[in-house]
Design a binder for this molecule. Structure first.
Ligand code: C5P
Length: 232
């Protein structure tokens, strides 16, 4: 599994994301397009960023009945993204349907990654709002295992959970981890963070880095620093 740094392009317009990506005149980073940018600009933004030579993680976190997810994934697969995702809470049947929809006629498909429990959900809200009484760490691992059983490639998780996910689901099951900060950087609203070097140490396969790169004075230098710490 090739380790890579994915830049979370959390911008609300094509103009802003292109002004940012124009700075990268050398190596073209792997970029994450989330709901904000996708809903602002539609599928054209995916095609345009792809045409510029970037790999794309389309982070739309699908969660619906299996048939709807299958048909939506078929549309997303036509956008030629490299990675996309869904909520494991949609059940194994929904995840299997997603794979069917995502698989192209030639048998290829983008990587499919599951969100387990969002990091904004804590034990208390899971118990009170969702009526799930098990420890959240067990729930995350159970959902990861469901994703593996359904044939998915991996999960989005905190870098702190990546080691346990690999233990439970195998080294080849991919972990994509946000919540990354430089040792000398600002934490922003992320509570449980890790440096790129520590994320590498613990076995993350991809790190998703937003503000430490997008809000840096020199984004290209910040990106190169992430790559040097995480990939090299
Ligand atoms: O700016 P920052 O590095 O905190 O951005 C992290 C990115 O990863 C954001 O796009 C955020 O939505 C996403 N993310 C996260 N925690 C999760 C899942 C996704 O921070 N559990």
């Amino acid at each position: 599994m090739g380790k890579d740094v994915i830049i979370a392009c959390d911008f609300n317009s094509a103009e802003k994301v292109f002004a940012f990506l124009d700075k990268f005149t050398g190596r073209k980073p792997f970029v994450k397009i989330g709901m904000e940018l996708y809903y602002a600009e539609g599928p054209a933004i995916v095609r345009e960023i792809k045409a510029r030579g970037h790999k794309i993680f389309l982070d739309l976190k699908l969660h619906d009945i299996p048939n709807t997810v299958k048909k939506s994934m078929a549309v997303l697969s036509g956008l030629d993204v490299d990675m996309t995702n869904l909520h494991a809470a949609g059940t194994k049947r929904m995840m299997e349907a997603a794979i069917e929809g995502l698989t192209r006629p030639d048998g290829t498909r983008p990587m499919l990654i599951a969100v387990t429990q969002l990091t904004s959900t804590d034990q208390e809200s899971m118990e009170n709002d969702l009526l799930i009484k098990e420890p959240i760490a067990d729930v995350v691992l159970h959902y990861a295992n469901n994703a593996k059983d359904a044939g998915l490639d991996g999960v989005v998780c905190s870098p702190l959970e990546a080691g346990k996910v690999h233990e439970r689901c195998g080294a080849g099951f991919v972990t994509v981890t946000p919540g990354v900060r430089f040792a000398d950087g600002d934490m922003g609203d992320q509570k449980r963070v890790m440096t790129p070097a520590a994320a590498k140490e613990i076995g993350s396969d991809y790190i998703v880095v937003g503000r430490p790169i997008t809000a840096a004075e020199d984004p290209v230098a910040a990106y190169e620093r992430c790559v040097a710490e995480f990939c090299d």
